[in-house]
Write a protein that binds this ligand. Structure first.
Ligand code: LLP
Length: 421
Protein backbone atom coordinates (compact mmCIF):
# COMPACT_ATOMS: atom_id res chain seq x y z
CA UNK A 1 0.00 0.00 0.00
CA UNK A 2 1.16 3.53 -0.70
CA UNK A 3 -0.13 7.03 -0.12
CA UNK A 4 -0.61 8.09 -3.74
CA UNK A 5 -4.36 8.13 -4.24
CA UNK A 6 -6.84 10.08 -6.32
CA UNK A 7 -8.87 12.63 -4.42
CA UNK A 8 -11.49 14.61 -6.35
CA UNK A 9 -10.05 13.25 -9.58
CA UNK A 10 -6.47 14.40 -8.94
CA UNK A 11 -3.60 12.15 -7.94
CA UNK A 12 -2.28 13.16 -4.53
CA UNK A 13 0.89 12.44 -2.61
CA UNK A 14 -0.60 12.04 0.86
CA UNK A 15 -2.73 15.22 1.10
CA UNK A 16 -0.90 17.24 -1.55
CA UNK A 17 -2.24 17.39 -5.12
CA UNK A 18 0.50 16.41 -7.59
CA UNK A 19 -0.67 19.29 -9.78
CA UNK A 20 0.31 21.71 -7.02
CA UNK A 21 3.84 20.33 -6.78
CA UNK A 22 4.18 20.38 -10.57
CA UNK A 23 3.15 24.03 -10.66
CA UNK A 24 5.68 24.89 -7.95
CA UNK A 25 8.77 22.94 -9.06
CA UNK A 26 8.15 22.20 -12.74
CA UNK A 27 8.36 18.78 -14.35
CA UNK A 28 9.85 16.23 -14.34
CA UNK A 29 10.38 15.52 -10.65
CA UNK A 30 10.42 12.70 -8.13
CA UNK A 31 8.08 12.85 -5.17
CA UNK A 32 8.33 10.68 -2.05
CA UNK A 33 5.77 9.98 0.64
CA UNK A 34 7.04 10.03 4.21
CA UNK A 35 4.04 8.02 5.42
CA UNK A 36 4.75 5.24 2.92
CA UNK A 37 8.42 5.02 3.94
CA UNK A 38 7.33 4.79 7.56
CA UNK A 39 4.68 2.20 6.86
CA UNK A 40 7.02 -0.08 4.95
CA UNK A 41 9.69 0.14 7.64
CA UNK A 42 7.08 -0.70 10.28
CA UNK A 43 5.98 -3.75 8.28
CA UNK A 44 9.50 -5.14 8.54
CA UNK A 45 9.62 -4.26 12.25
CA UNK A 46 6.43 -6.22 12.80
CA UNK A 47 7.69 -9.09 10.62
CA UNK A 48 10.82 -9.50 12.76
CA UNK A 49 9.09 -8.85 16.05
CA UNK A 50 10.39 -11.21 18.72
CA UNK A 51 13.83 -11.50 17.14
CA UNK A 52 16.80 -9.42 18.20
CA UNK A 53 17.11 -7.52 14.92
CA UNK A 54 18.20 -4.45 12.99
CA UNK A 55 16.72 -3.29 9.69
CA UNK A 56 19.50 -1.74 7.65
CA UNK A 57 17.99 0.35 4.85
CA UNK A 58 19.81 -0.29 1.54
CA UNK A 59 21.06 3.23 0.82
CA UNK A 60 21.64 2.39 -2.83
CA UNK A 61 17.88 2.26 -3.45
CA UNK A 62 17.36 5.90 -2.49
CA UNK A 63 20.13 7.94 -0.99
CA UNK A 64 18.57 11.38 -0.69
CA UNK A 65 19.59 12.86 2.67
CA UNK A 66 15.98 13.63 3.58
CA UNK A 67 15.00 10.00 3.00
CA UNK A 68 18.00 8.73 4.96
CA UNK A 69 17.32 11.14 7.85
CA UNK A 70 13.74 9.98 7.97
CA UNK A 71 14.79 6.33 8.00
CA UNK A 72 17.32 7.12 10.73
CA UNK A 73 14.61 8.80 12.80
CA UNK A 74 12.61 5.56 12.63
CA UNK A 75 15.57 3.67 14.07
CA UNK A 76 16.86 2.11 10.86
CA UNK A 77 20.45 1.09 10.38
CA UNK A 78 21.99 1.48 6.93
CA UNK A 79 23.56 -0.86 4.40
CA UNK A 80 26.18 1.03 2.39
CA UNK A 81 28.32 -0.04 -0.56
CA UNK A 82 30.71 2.85 -1.00
CA UNK A 83 32.56 5.52 0.92
CA UNK A 84 30.07 7.99 -0.52
CA UNK A 85 27.10 6.09 0.87
CA UNK A 86 28.89 5.71 4.21
CA UNK A 87 29.32 9.48 4.33
CA UNK A 88 25.65 9.97 3.46
CA UNK A 89 24.55 7.63 6.25
CA UNK A 90 26.75 9.45 8.77
CA UNK A 91 25.52 12.83 7.52
CA UNK A 92 21.96 11.63 8.10
CA UNK A 93 22.85 11.03 11.73
CA UNK A 94 23.25 7.25 11.65
CA UNK A 95 25.91 6.17 14.14
CA UNK A 96 28.70 3.94 12.84
CA UNK A 97 27.50 1.03 14.95
CA UNK A 98 24.34 0.93 12.84
CA UNK A 99 26.09 0.96 9.46
CA UNK A 100 27.06 -2.21 7.60
CA UNK A 101 29.47 -2.05 4.68
CA UNK A 102 28.72 -4.38 1.74
CA UNK A 103 30.18 -4.68 -1.75
CA UNK A 104 32.80 -6.67 -3.65
CA UNK A 105 35.30 -3.88 -4.21
CA UNK A 106 35.92 -1.98 -0.99
CA UNK A 107 39.05 0.09 -1.33
CA UNK A 108 41.63 0.74 1.35
CA UNK A 109 40.39 4.33 1.65
CA UNK A 110 36.85 3.11 2.23
CA UNK A 111 38.01 0.61 4.84
CA UNK A 112 39.91 3.34 6.65
CA UNK A 113 36.98 5.73 6.51
CA UNK A 114 34.66 3.18 8.10
CA UNK A 115 37.15 1.93 10.69
CA UNK A 116 37.87 5.48 11.82
CA UNK A 117 34.26 6.64 11.70
CA UNK A 118 32.79 3.51 13.30
CA UNK A 119 31.23 0.50 11.67
CA UNK A 120 28.85 -2.26 12.70
CA UNK A 121 30.50 -4.77 10.42
CA UNK A 122 32.10 -5.29 7.05
CA UNK A 123 30.44 -7.92 4.90
CA UNK A 124 33.60 -9.34 3.37
CA UNK A 125 33.25 -10.87 -0.07
CA UNK A 126 36.63 -12.44 -0.90
CA UNK A 127 39.93 -13.64 0.54
CA UNK A 128 41.97 -10.77 -0.94
CA UNK A 129 39.53 -8.31 0.62
CA UNK A 130 39.93 -10.10 3.94
CA UNK A 131 43.72 -9.84 3.77
CA UNK A 132 43.50 -6.14 2.86
CA UNK A 133 41.06 -5.36 5.68
CA UNK A 134 43.26 -7.23 8.16
CA UNK A 135 46.25 -5.11 7.15
CA UNK A 136 44.34 -1.81 7.23
CA UNK A 137 42.85 -2.58 10.66
CA UNK A 138 46.29 -3.51 11.99
CA UNK A 139 47.78 -0.29 10.64
CA UNK A 140 45.09 1.66 12.46
CA UNK A 141 45.57 -0.40 15.62
CA UNK A 142 41.96 -1.51 15.60
CA UNK A 143 39.85 -4.57 15.00
CA UNK A 144 37.37 -4.88 12.13
CA UNK A 145 34.17 -6.79 12.89
CA UNK A 146 33.33 -8.97 9.90
CA UNK A 147 30.88 -11.38 8.43
CA UNK A 148 31.74 -13.33 5.31
CA UNK A 149 29.24 -13.09 2.50
CA UNK A 150 28.52 -16.59 1.32
CA UNK A 151 27.15 -17.40 -2.07
CA UNK A 152 24.63 -20.18 -1.52
CA UNK A 153 24.21 -21.00 -5.22
CA UNK A 154 20.49 -20.37 -5.21
CA UNK A 155 18.63 -19.09 -8.22
CA UNK A 156 16.57 -16.15 -7.02
CA UNK A 157 14.35 -16.40 -10.12
CA UNK A 158 14.64 -12.70 -10.79
CA UNK A 159 16.06 -10.61 -13.63
CA UNK A 160 19.56 -11.85 -14.56
CA UNK A 161 21.08 -8.40 -13.96
CA UNK A 162 19.96 -8.33 -10.34
CA UNK A 163 20.47 -11.98 -9.33
CA UNK A 164 23.51 -12.30 -7.08
CA UNK A 165 23.43 -15.70 -5.41
CA UNK A 166 24.32 -18.06 -8.24
CA UNK A 167 27.68 -19.74 -8.80
CA UNK A 168 28.43 -17.55 -11.80
CA UNK A 169 27.78 -14.28 -9.97
CA UNK A 170 30.68 -12.17 -8.70
CA UNK A 171 29.35 -11.96 -5.15
CA UNK A 172 30.47 -13.68 -1.97
CA UNK A 173 32.47 -16.86 -1.55
CA UNK A 174 31.04 -20.26 -2.51
CA UNK A 175 29.27 -21.68 0.50
CA UNK A 176 31.08 -25.00 -0.04
CA UNK A 177 34.37 -23.22 0.75
CA UNK A 178 33.03 -21.32 3.74
CA UNK A 179 34.72 -23.38 6.47
CA UNK A 180 38.12 -22.92 4.87
CA UNK A 181 37.59 -19.17 4.47
CA UNK A 182 36.37 -18.77 8.05
CA UNK A 183 39.50 -20.60 9.23
CA UNK A 184 41.56 -18.06 7.28
CA UNK A 185 39.58 -15.17 8.77
CA UNK A 186 40.15 -16.48 12.28
CA UNK A 187 43.88 -16.71 11.64
CA UNK A 188 44.25 -13.12 10.44
CA UNK A 189 45.04 -10.37 12.94
CA UNK A 190 42.82 -7.30 13.12
CA UNK A 191 39.63 -9.15 12.23
CA UNK A 192 36.84 -10.31 14.50
CA UNK A 193 34.49 -12.83 12.92
CA UNK A 194 30.99 -12.19 14.22
CA UNK A 195 28.64 -13.80 11.74
CA UNK A 196 27.51 -14.71 8.26
CA UNK A 197 26.09 -12.58 5.44
CA UNK A 198 24.00 -13.61 2.46
CA UNK A 199 22.12 -11.68 -0.23
CA UNK A 200 20.75 -13.57 -3.20
CA UNK A 201 19.24 -10.90 -5.39
CA UNK A 202 16.67 -8.19 -5.76
CA UNK A 203 12.97 -8.03 -6.70
CA UNK A 204 12.31 -11.60 -5.51
CA UNK A 205 8.64 -12.43 -5.83
CA UNK A 206 8.84 -15.94 -4.43
CA UNK A 207 9.91 -16.93 -0.92
CA UNK A 208 11.37 -20.33 -1.85
CA UNK A 209 14.85 -19.03 -2.81
CA UNK A 210 15.02 -17.18 0.54
CA UNK A 211 13.97 -20.34 2.36
CA UNK A 212 16.61 -22.42 0.58
CA UNK A 213 19.37 -19.86 1.14
CA UNK A 214 18.54 -19.24 4.80
CA UNK A 215 18.34 -22.97 5.49
CA UNK A 216 21.86 -23.30 4.09
CA UNK A 217 22.97 -20.40 6.29
CA UNK A 218 21.47 -22.11 9.35
CA UNK A 219 23.39 -25.31 8.58
CA UNK A 220 26.56 -23.33 8.06
CA UNK A 221 26.05 -21.52 11.38
CA UNK A 222 26.03 -24.83 13.22
CA UNK A 223 29.03 -26.12 11.31
CA UNK A 224 31.07 -22.98 11.93
CA UNK A 225 30.16 -22.97 15.60
CA UNK A 226 31.32 -26.58 15.81
CA UNK A 227 34.58 -25.41 14.23
CA UNK A 228 34.95 -22.96 17.12
CA UNK A 229 33.83 -19.69 15.48
CA UNK A 230 31.56 -17.21 17.15
CA UNK A 231 28.53 -16.74 14.96
CA UNK A 232 26.25 -14.29 16.71
CA UNK A 233 24.88 -12.21 13.85
CA UNK A 234 23.24 -13.20 10.57
CA UNK A 235 22.85 -10.58 7.85
CA UNK A 236 20.21 -11.96 5.50
CA UNK A 237 20.43 -9.25 2.84
CA UNK A 238 17.58 -7.52 1.06
CA UNK A 239 15.65 -8.44 -2.01
CA UNK A 240 11.97 -8.78 -1.20
CA UNK A 241 10.09 -7.67 -4.31
CA UNK A 242 7.27 -5.17 -4.73
CA UNK A 243 4.18 -5.16 -6.92
CA UNK A 244 5.12 -3.12 -10.00
CA UNK A 245 2.19 -4.34 -12.02
CA UNK A 246 -1.03 -3.94 -10.13
CA UNK A 247 -2.77 -6.51 -12.30
CA UNK A 248 -0.24 -9.22 -11.33
CA UNK A 249 -0.44 -11.34 -8.23
CA UNK A 250 1.16 -9.48 -5.35
CA UNK A 251 4.57 -10.66 -4.12
CA UNK A 252 4.79 -12.10 -0.59
CA UNK A 253 4.36 -9.69 2.31
CA UNK A 254 7.07 -8.79 4.82
CA UNK A 255 5.18 -10.74 7.48
CA UNK A 256 5.44 -13.91 5.35
CA UNK A 257 9.12 -13.19 4.71
CA UNK A 258 9.59 -12.73 8.46
CA UNK A 259 7.99 -16.13 9.03
CA UNK A 260 10.58 -17.70 6.69
CA UNK A 261 13.36 -16.05 8.68
CA UNK A 262 11.94 -17.25 11.98
CA UNK A 263 11.43 -20.75 10.65
CA UNK A 264 14.90 -21.12 9.14
CA UNK A 265 17.25 -19.25 11.46
CA UNK A 266 15.09 -18.16 14.40
CA UNK A 267 16.30 -20.99 16.66
CA UNK A 268 19.98 -20.07 16.43
CA UNK A 269 19.91 -17.24 18.97
CA UNK A 270 21.58 -14.89 16.49
CA UNK A 271 20.99 -11.22 16.06
CA UNK A 272 19.24 -10.83 12.68
CA UNK A 273 19.94 -8.08 10.18
CA UNK A 274 18.14 -7.48 6.92
CA UNK A 275 19.00 -4.96 4.19
CA UNK A 276 15.77 -4.07 2.38
CA UNK A 277 15.83 -1.19 -0.08
CA UNK A 278 13.18 -1.51 -2.75
CA UNK A 279 10.38 -2.66 -0.48
CA UNK A 280 10.82 0.41 1.70
CA UNK A 281 11.44 3.11 -0.89
CA UNK A 282 10.06 1.71 -4.17
CA UNK A 283 6.38 2.33 -3.77
CA UNK A 284 7.09 5.44 -1.70
CA UNK A 285 7.99 7.40 -4.84
CA UNK A 286 6.52 8.64 -8.10
CA UNK A 287 8.23 10.13 -11.11
CA UNK A 288 6.02 12.89 -12.51
CA UNK A 289 6.45 14.07 -16.09
CA UNK A 290 4.63 16.27 -18.51
CA UNK A 291 3.64 15.47 -22.08
CA UNK A 292 5.62 17.53 -24.59
CA UNK A 293 3.94 16.16 -27.70
CA UNK A 294 1.45 13.56 -28.76
CA UNK A 295 2.88 12.31 -32.02
CA UNK A 296 0.73 10.32 -34.36
CA UNK A 297 3.09 7.85 -36.00
CA UNK A 298 2.36 5.65 -38.96
CA UNK A 299 1.20 2.66 -37.00
CA UNK A 300 1.15 3.95 -33.44
CA UNK A 301 0.84 7.03 -31.30
CA UNK A 302 3.73 8.25 -29.18
CA UNK A 303 3.56 10.19 -25.96
CA UNK A 304 6.77 12.18 -25.83
CA UNK A 305 7.38 13.10 -22.21
CA UNK A 306 9.81 15.55 -20.63
CA UNK A 307 11.24 12.67 -18.55
CA UNK A 308 13.65 10.29 -20.21
CA UNK A 309 15.83 7.23 -19.71
CA UNK A 310 18.41 9.39 -17.95
CA UNK A 311 15.83 10.13 -15.23
CA UNK A 312 14.48 6.59 -14.85
CA UNK A 313 16.64 3.98 -16.49
CA UNK A 314 14.89 0.83 -15.25
CA UNK A 315 12.70 0.25 -18.34
CA UNK A 316 15.66 0.71 -20.72
CA UNK A 317 18.07 -1.28 -18.57
CA UNK A 318 15.99 -4.19 -17.31
CA UNK A 319 12.89 -3.99 -19.47
CA UNK A 320 11.22 -3.07 -16.18
CA UNK A 321 7.51 -2.37 -15.99
CA UNK A 322 6.25 0.74 -14.20
CA UNK A 323 2.61 1.56 -13.83
CA UNK A 324 1.96 4.80 -15.72
CA UNK A 325 -1.12 6.82 -14.82
CA UNK A 326 -2.60 10.22 -15.64
CA UNK A 327 -2.35 12.72 -12.79
CA UNK A 328 -5.79 14.06 -13.59
CA UNK A 329 -8.17 11.15 -13.63
CA UNK A 330 -10.09 10.54 -16.83
CA UNK A 331 -13.84 10.88 -16.90
CA UNK A 332 -15.49 7.58 -15.99
CA UNK A 333 -15.92 5.42 -19.08
CA UNK A 334 -13.21 7.28 -21.05
CA UNK A 335 -11.84 5.12 -23.83
CA UNK A 336 -8.35 3.66 -23.47
CA UNK A 337 -5.82 4.33 -26.21
CA UNK A 338 -2.53 2.44 -26.71
CA UNK A 339 0.55 4.68 -26.67
CA UNK A 340 4.28 4.13 -26.91
CA UNK A 341 5.53 6.25 -24.03
CA UNK A 342 8.96 7.70 -24.70
CA UNK A 343 11.41 10.37 -23.63
CA UNK A 344 13.25 12.97 -25.73
CA UNK A 345 16.69 11.28 -25.60
CA UNK A 346 18.15 10.34 -28.98
CA UNK A 347 18.01 6.58 -28.58
CA UNK A 348 15.27 4.12 -29.40
CA UNK A 349 15.96 2.57 -26.00
CA UNK A 350 14.51 5.71 -24.45
CA UNK A 351 11.16 3.98 -24.26
CA UNK A 352 9.26 3.62 -21.00
CA UNK A 353 6.46 1.45 -22.33
CA UNK A 354 5.11 0.15 -25.61
CA UNK A 355 1.44 0.08 -26.49
CA UNK A 356 0.38 1.00 -22.99
CA UNK A 357 -3.30 1.77 -22.61
CA UNK A 358 -4.17 5.16 -21.20
CA UNK A 359 -7.16 7.44 -21.47
CA UNK A 360 -6.56 10.01 -24.23
CA UNK A 361 -3.61 12.29 -23.37
CA UNK A 362 -3.08 15.84 -24.64
CA UNK A 363 -0.04 18.13 -24.68
CA UNK A 364 0.96 19.37 -21.22
CA UNK A 365 -0.94 16.60 -19.45
CA UNK A 366 0.84 15.28 -16.37
CA UNK A 367 1.77 11.61 -16.22
CA UNK A 368 2.98 9.70 -13.16
CA UNK A 369 5.18 6.61 -13.00
CA UNK A 370 4.46 4.55 -9.93
CA UNK A 371 6.99 2.52 -7.93
CA UNK A 372 9.79 4.92 -8.83
CA UNK A 373 11.14 5.62 -5.33
CA UNK A 374 13.80 2.89 -5.49
CA UNK A 375 16.58 2.79 -8.09
CA UNK A 376 15.07 5.86 -9.76
CA UNK A 377 16.79 9.13 -8.84
CA UNK A 378 19.90 7.27 -7.66
CA UNK A 379 20.48 5.77 -11.10
CA UNK A 380 19.83 8.96 -13.03
CA UNK A 381 22.41 10.74 -15.14
CA UNK A 382 22.84 13.95 -17.10
CA UNK A 383 22.94 12.20 -20.48
CA UNK A 384 22.08 14.63 -23.29
CA UNK A 385 22.98 17.38 -20.78
CA UNK A 386 19.63 16.99 -19.16
CA UNK A 387 19.68 18.34 -15.61
CA UNK A 388 19.11 15.91 -12.74
CA UNK A 389 15.51 16.38 -11.77
CA UNK A 390 14.31 17.70 -8.43
CA UNK A 391 13.23 15.45 -5.59
CA UNK A 392 10.32 16.46 -3.40
CA UNK A 393 9.19 15.01 -0.11
CA UNK A 394 5.64 15.10 1.19
CA UNK A 395 4.38 14.81 4.73
CA UNK A 396 0.62 15.08 5.23
CA UNK A 397 -0.36 18.35 3.53
CA UNK A 398 3.17 19.77 3.26
CA UNK A 399 5.82 19.35 0.63
CA UNK A 400 9.44 20.39 0.37
CA UNK A 401 12.09 20.25 -2.32
CA UNK A 402 14.77 17.90 -0.98
CA UNK A 403 17.06 18.23 -3.99
CA UNK A 404 16.82 21.22 -6.25
CA UNK A 405 17.24 21.14 -9.98
CA UNK A 406 20.76 22.35 -10.81
CA UNK A 407 21.15 25.26 -13.19
CA UNK A 408 22.76 24.69 -16.56
CA UNK A 409 25.55 27.01 -15.47
CA UNK A 410 26.20 24.68 -12.50
CA UNK A 411 26.45 21.77 -14.89
CA UNK A 412 28.62 23.47 -17.48
CA UNK A 413 30.93 25.04 -14.91
CA UNK A 414 31.75 21.69 -13.36
CA UNK A 415 33.92 21.08 -16.41
CA UNK A 416 37.22 22.89 -16.79
CA UNK A 417 39.37 23.49 -19.84
CA UNK A 418 42.93 22.14 -19.91
CA UNK A 419 45.63 24.84 -19.54
CA UNK A 420 46.58 24.57 -23.21
CA UNK A 421 43.12 25.40 -24.50
N1 LLP B 1 21.94 -5.75 0.09
C1 LLP B 1 22.80 -5.94 -0.93
C2 LLP B 1 24.11 -6.51 -0.65
C3 LLP B 1 22.43 -5.59 -2.24
O1 LLP B 1 23.29 -5.80 -3.24
C4 LLP B 1 21.15 -5.04 -2.48
C5 LLP B 1 20.74 -4.66 -3.84
C6 LLP B 1 20.29 -4.85 -1.39
C7 LLP B 1 20.72 -5.22 -0.11
C8 LLP B 1 18.93 -4.25 -1.54
O2 LLP B 1 18.09 -5.03 -2.31
P1 LLP B 1 16.54 -4.66 -2.43
O3 LLP B 1 15.89 -4.93 -1.10
O4 LLP B 1 16.43 -3.25 -2.81
O5 LLP B 1 16.04 -5.58 -3.48
N2 LLP B 1 19.07 -1.35 -9.84
C9 LLP B 1 18.29 -2.57 -9.75
C10 LLP B 1 18.40 -3.22 -8.39
C11 LLP B 1 19.80 -3.54 -7.97
C12 LLP B 1 19.90 -4.16 -6.61
C13 LLP B 1 21.31 -4.29 -6.18
N3 LLP B 1 21.51 -4.78 -4.85
C14 LLP B 1 16.85 -2.27 -10.12
O6 LLP B 1 16.54 -1.13 -10.46
O7 LLP B 1 16.02 -3.16 -10.11
Amino acid sequence: MDHFLYQDGILHAEDVPITEIAAAVGTPFYVYSTATLTRHFQLFQEALDGLDHLICFAVKSNSNQAVLSHMASLGAGMDVVSGGEYRRAKAAGVPGERIVFSGVGKTEEEMRLALEGGIRQFNVESEPEMARLSRVAMELGTVAPITVRVNPDVDAKTHAKIATGRKEDKFGIPIARAREVYALAASLPGLEVIGIDVHIGSQLTDLDPFETAYTKVAELTEQLRADGHTIRRLDLGGGLGIPYERSNTAPPLPIEYGAVIKRTVGHLGCEIEIEPGRLISGNAGLLVASTIYVKNGEDRDFLILDAAMNDLIRPAMYGAYHDIVPVVEAAPGAEQTPYDIVGPVCESGDTFAKQRNLPPVAEADLIAFRSAGAYGAVMSSEYNTRALIPEVMVKDDQFAVIRARPSFDDMINRDTLPPWA
